[in-house]
Design a protein around this ligand. Structure first.
Ligand SMILES: [Zn+2]
Ligand SMILES: [Zn+2]
Length: 557
């Protein structure tokens, strides 16, 4: 760990910018000499305390400072936590983007929405194919996951091959018949793998992850038993889940109506590319849906995460254009709430129950399985690849620690499993590996159209406002003397009721006058503001034991 080699040009550097220490916004850099490649550019949905934030993306600072080294972007699969920040990335960086066919289709839909498709250089890669990017040679290999065309990467470097699993599990009966390519992994293992980076999301789970086919069976049972319409909500990117719904509908002689912008776009794209099988006549438009008896209809929709403008949320609020929830409808939420979305999800569930629907969600039905490997599967990968060094990826800190321990328990030499978090730099030379450095890796918040203009301070202010409210003091002072021209005005929002708190606010006005009494001239008006703020804050705290945010507005006359 004391290696301070300065000849870092012949060292390999592994730099996670996201996804190590949290679930989401996955992004990894691999650097050697003058070359950097990027693996995944994902987003994260905000946690509850990130008030008003729409999305969280990785910090691109290090890449910005090393732009000339950027050679290519490789995407493992089409889930949002792996490709969702691409539109923000593309506004700043230009590099060819490589992914498999369905992933490419999904990002093209997304880039088109953001009007970035024209400028993008995207390439479709087949599993087994190798791409040269600077000094690196990158090969895609198939993995089983909850989306077709998911891949891991074998990255050949001057120091030896790396394996990045992407998200994976070892499903023996996968929906689209896509297995994790254990043979290829064993070959790399035999060759001598330098570093294995493997999915840690479910490193705490004992045993094996159930097959996606279980969900298919559960969905079919629900559709068979439903007396009326069945409305299934899931992620627009969970193409294999949509296929299971289509299969269930076909098997029970029902028609399928698709709603929600991203779901409609993704279904159209996936059908065009051959990733969704729907016999002719199964998918119906609005008119035909209206004329189809309830017992003969399945609706597939977005909104499983309670997204405010999604089709399911509109249905739950009774303002969807074409679909009114009635008694006899069965609504299935076929995905677990992403942490942070629970409230919105369960609000929808409540509203759907109120409208008379039967609602099946993850707590009461077997309608979602994990897309990630459990412990026994992780051990199998370790056994096949037998890496020299191990880096657990994709997970919160405890998942990474648990996964590192698992790796050591099955043969990774002690001290050669590195628990890294976002921004850590693992440096490797031909003898050893060590945590060498840190690069910026803070959360970059997207709020409305702003990228990164909301920071920790703003979030702290928002939290402050949301718990204690705000008091605004408006004072008019004489420019020359600094004296109050007229009594201050004091307004409150979210702090005290105007009626009951009227007296309190009235008394704060006197506090304002008193805080400025005795002074004749102020060189700095910020001084006026500080005096008022301190006096009013103290007064309100003494009276109420609360600390509203006190803002002062000074008008000079
Ligand atoms: Zn995934
Ligand atoms: Zn993921």
């Amino acid at each position: 760990m004391t290696n301070t080699s300065t000849n870092s040009d012949s060292n390999l550097r592994i730099i996670p910018l996201g996804g190590l220490g949290e679930i989401g916004r996955n992004m990894m850099l691999i650097e050697y000499g003058d070359d950097i490649i990027v693996i995944d550019v994902g987003l994260m949905f905000p946690e509850e305390e990130m008030l008003g934030v729409d999305l969280v993306i990785p910090d691109f600072t290090y890449l910005r400072e090393n732009q000339q080294k950027l050679r290519a972007v490789f995407l493992t699969h089409g889930h949002e936590d792996h490709v969702g920040a691409l539109p923000y990335f593309m506004r700043e960086f230009h590099a060819p983007i490589y992914s498999t066919r369905l992933t490419d289709g999904l990002i093209r839909v997304k880039l088109n929405e953001h009007r970035l498709l024209q400028a993008a250089e995207t390439h479709v890669v087949k599993p087994g194919e190798s791409i040269q990017a600077g000094v690196f040679e990158v090969e895609f290999f198939t993995v089983a996951h909850s989306i077709p065309d998911a891949c891991g990467l074998i990255i050949r470097t001057p120091l030896g091959p790396l394996v990045h699993t992407g998200d994976f599990k070892l499903d023996h009966t996968p929906v689209m018949d896509q297995h994790t390519d254990l043979i290829r992994l064993a070959q790399v293992g035999a060759e001598g793998c330098l570093v294995l980076m493997a999915d840690s999301t479910y490193a705490e789970m004992e045993g094996y992850t159930p097959s996606e086919q279980l969900v298919g069976d559960a969905l079919r049972t629900i559709i068979v038993n439903a007396k009326g319409r069945v409305i299934v909500a899931t992620f627009a990117s969970l193409i294999s889940r949509v296929q299971l719904v289509l299969d269930g509908a076909v098997a029970t002689g029902r028609k399928v109506f698709v709603t929600g912008r991203s779901m409609i776009d993704n279904v159209a794209m996936a059908r065009q590319l051959g990733y969704l099988n729907a016999p002719d006549g199964v998918l119906v438009g609005v008119e035909e849906m209206r004329n189809t008896p309830a017992a003969k209809l399945v609706i597939v929709t977005t909104g499983s995460q309670g997204e405010p403008t999604s089709a399911l949320t509109r249905m739950a609020n009774g303002d969807h254009r074409h679909i009114t929830i009635v008694e006899g409808d069965t609504v299935v939420l076929s995905s677990s709430p992403v942490p942070g979305n629970e409230q919105a999800v369960y609000r929808n569930v409540d509203n759907l129950f109120r409208l008379g629907a039967e609602v099946l969600y993850n707590r009461i039905a077997n309608i979602h399985v994990r897309g990630h490997a459990s412990r026994e599967e992780l051990k199998i990968i370790q056994g096949l690849v037998q890496p020299e060094y191990f880096v657990p990826i994709h997970g919160e800190y405890r998942h990474l620690v648990v996964h590192a321990k698992l790796a050591e328990s099955v043969g990774v030499p002690a001290g050669q499993a590195f628990v890294m978090t976002d921004g850590d730099v693992l440096e490797i030379d031909d003898e050893t590996a060590w945590l060498a450095d840190r690069v910026p890796a803070s959360y970059v918040y997207i709020d409305g159209l702003g990228i990164g203009d909301v920071d920790q301070h703003i979030l702290r202010d928002r939290a402050h406002l949301s718990t204690d409210g705000v008091v605004v003091v408006i004072v008019t002072v004489d420019k020359q003397t600094g004296r109050l021209e007229r009594p201050a005005e004091v307004l409150a929002r979210g702090f005290v009721d105007a009626d009951e708190g009227g007296e309190l606010l009235e008394r704060s006005k006197e506090i304002v006058s008193r805080s400025l009494a005795g002074s004749v001239h102020y060189a700095e008006f910020s001084d006026v503001n500080t005096r008022i703020r301190d006096a009013v804050s103290k007064f309100l705290y003494d009276e109420t034991r609360r600390r509203p945010m006190v803002l002062t507005v000074t008008v000079e006359v």
